[in-house]
Every structure is written in C-alpha cells, then in structure tokens.
Design a protein around this ligand. Structure first.
Ligand SMILES: NC(=O)c1ccc[n+]([C@@H]2O[C@H](COP(=O)([O-])OP(=O)(O)OC[C@H]3O[C@@H](n4cnc5c(N)ncnc54)[C@H](O)[C@@H]3O)[C@@H](O)[C@H]2O)c1
Length: 332
C-alpha cells in the first residue's frame, strides 16, 4: 500500500506518517515547512518539500497512491479573521489542488482533517455531533467546511475517491510546535513555562475545551483508509474531558514544576465552550480510541519531549495582516 501525507512535517501529520509506516505503507510526504519542521518527518518517509498549491500531477501519478491523507493547512483559527485571503488560498485552494491531483492519479481513498471549527457556536448546549448543522464563525472553520463539501461533491459527481473526514479538536502532544504565537494553547503554555514567562490567557480563562492527546487521533486517521465502516463518513475525534483554560494553566505549571503566572489579555470573540461527541468514532475505531490518554499523563509525556528539544524560534505570521482591526496587541 502507498500513501501520500501532506503536512508531514507538522504535528499530527508526522504522527500519522509514523502510524502508516507501522501499518506497512510506503509513505510519500509533502510539506512546505511553513509551520512544520524537517526533523519531524519520519526517516522512512520519501519527503518532498513542496506546497500543496504547486503542480502535483507528475509526483502523484508516479507514486500511484492507494490513499492520500491531506493534513496540510494553516490552522491558526483566531488569526484567520485577520488573514482571510491567505486562509482561503492556502487551505481551500490547496485542498482543491491536492484533491484534483489525487483524482487524476486514481487514488482510491482521500482522508481529510477538518475541524470542530465547522460547527461554530454551540446551539443546543451539548457536545457537537456529526449530524449537527454547521455554522462556522471564522474563516478557518468556513474553509474547513468548504473543503469537506468539495470532497463529498467530487465523490458524488466523479464516483471517487472514497473519503473519510475527521473533525479533531485541541490536539496536543510531543512534536507540537510550541513556538507558534497564534495557536496551540498547550504548546504556548509549555514554552512560557520553560522560559519563565507568564501564561497568556484571553479573558478570565473560563472558556473550556477537551484537550486531546495525539495517539488515538493519529491512529484513527491512519486506520481510516482500510476501515470499511469509515468509507464516506465524517467523525469527530478527540478527548472527552472538559477543562478550562485556567485549569490547563494550573496543570501545565504543575507538570513543568514552575510557578503559575498569568498574563490576562483582553477577551477575544471566540467560542466559549467547544466539545464534541465521539460515540461514532468509538464504534468504528475502538482500538485507536482505546489508546486514549488522560490530560496529566499526556502533559507529562509532552513535557518530557519539549524539555529535551531546543525551543524553536517564533513561527512568523505566514502572511501580511490583511485586516488589522481588532487584532489582539499580542499578535501585532
Ligand atoms: N492540532 C489541532 O488541534 C487540530 C484540530 C483540528 C484540526 N486540525 C487540522 O489538522 C491538520 C494538522 O494540524 P497540526 O496541528 O498538525 O498543524 P501543523 O501546523 O503542525 O501541521 C500542518 C503542516 O502543514 C504544512 N503546510 C501548511 N500549509 C501548507 C501548504 N500550502 N503546502 C504544504 N504544506 C503546508 C505546515 O508546514 C505544517 O507542517 C490541519 O489540517 C489542521 O487544520 C488540527
């Protein structure tokens, strides 16, 4: 079996590549290194430092992938309000290009990492379910929903490739970029803790998320192309333990053994509580979800890795700010 993984130098993509190699796939990885690191790419991967917006036909046709795992994206949700043109160009047109190249290379299956950002603000008060209506409230979520719809429409019109769409949330763990100012709250807290800086929190920290350790997420994604019950399906994937950002700060400080210092920032306009129901994924990927890891344990594993690795220099904003109004001062 041959797989192509985009975003292979990134956090989730590198773990998915590991899991695919363990399953016996040959893996070709693509990444433009705009947000990932060459060191993340597993040694056995054939690596091409390429943008998803580049011409891909020659490469894809030569590799003849059985499955394409499209994980590359610029994923800073809050910042996407301020760089909408870049967001759609990179995330929507990049996906359209990768999907079309996959179709022309007769790839059998297409796996895409969407996000629970497609749901927008919760309407019923409970956890998001896959059948819920989607009302994304930022360009990142709108782009993810557009990609999902493009993948479904291409399948329905052309008859293939089959697809699996994952909607992960708040994934963390070893190899996550801890030097990105605009996303990855766990990583931001870890870097601040290691460098003796206060943890930046927008508002009072009462917003809650269910933080998701990487292993079950990566394993379910890697299993998708060979799992018959995952064909043409959409899955929420991630953790089930609601935690406030303030509680997360306490947990990270304790795990790192540092004083908990907070820098309170102006609240930003964001979803206050975002949680997803995983009953469907648990039914289809019982082995993967059996690998789930509790928050303290996951933070300890991540801390063990970030303590031993050099802290990268800050990841630059990938594009000039297009709409500076309401840009949080910390992001200027
Ligand atoms: N981490 C999360 O909590 C989370 C939650 C929901 C969805 N996702 C999605 O999962 C995927 C992986 O996220 P991640 O957290 O590993 O992010 P990441 O930034 O670590 O990895 C993304 C990778 O894609 C690469 N990339 C970006 N644009 C590219 C382009 N045009 N061409 C080639 N490579 C490009 C980056 O260099 C990076 O290595 C993304 O699609 C993201 O939207 C992540």
């Amino acid at each position: 079996m041959r797989a192509i993984v985009t975003g292979v130098a990134g956090f989730i993509g590198s773990h998915v590549a590991d899991r695919l190699l363990a399953r016996g796939y040959r893996v070709l990885g693509i990444d433009d290194l705009s947000g990932g690191f060459r060191e993340n790419v597993p040694a056995a991967v054939d690596f091409e430092p390429l943008s998803c917006n580049a011409p891909l036909d020659d490469l894809f046709k030569a590799y003849r992938p059985d499955a394409v795992f499209h994980l590359a994206a610029y994923a800073a949700e809050g910042l996407s309000h301020h760089i909408p043109h870049f967001n759609y160009q990179n995330n929507v047109l990049g996906t359209v290009n990768v999907l079309a190249a996959s179709q022309r290379a007769a790839a059998g299956h297409f796996v895409f990492t969407s996000s629970i950002a497609v749901y927008g603000h919760p309407t019923g008060g409970g956890a998001f379910r896959e059948a819920d209506a989607c009302h994304p409230c930022d360009p990142y979520g709108i782009a993810k929903l557009a990609c999902e719809q493009q993948i479904r429409a291409a399948h329905d019109y052309f008859g293939g490739p089959t697809y699996t769409l994952f909607r992960p949330h708040n994934v963390y763990g070893p190899r996550q970029n801890i030097a990105d100012l605009y996303r990855n709250v766990v990583g931001i807290f870890m870097r601040c803790g290691l460098q003796g800086e206060p943890f930046p929190i927008f508002g009072d920290g009462s917003q809650t998320r269910s933080f998701s350790y990487i292993t079950p997420v990566a394993e379910a994604i890697a299993a998708a192309a060979t799992e018959p019950a995952a064909k043409n399906q959409t899955f929420n994937i991630g953790g089930d333990q609601p935690t406030s950002v303030a509680e997360l700060a306490t947990a990270v400080a304790e795990v790192l053994g540092v004083e908990r210092k907070i820098a309170t920032l102006e609240p930003r306009n964001e979803v206050q509580h975002a949680h997803a129901d995983h009953e469907k994924a648990a039914r289809v990927f019982p082995e993967a979800l059996g690998e789930s890891v509790e928050l303290r344990e996951g933070l300890q594993r991540m801390a063990a890795q970030v303590r031993t690795a050099p802290i990268p220099s800050p990841t630059p904003c990938p594009a000039p700010i297009e709409l500076p109004a309401r840009l949080p001062p910390r992001w200027q």
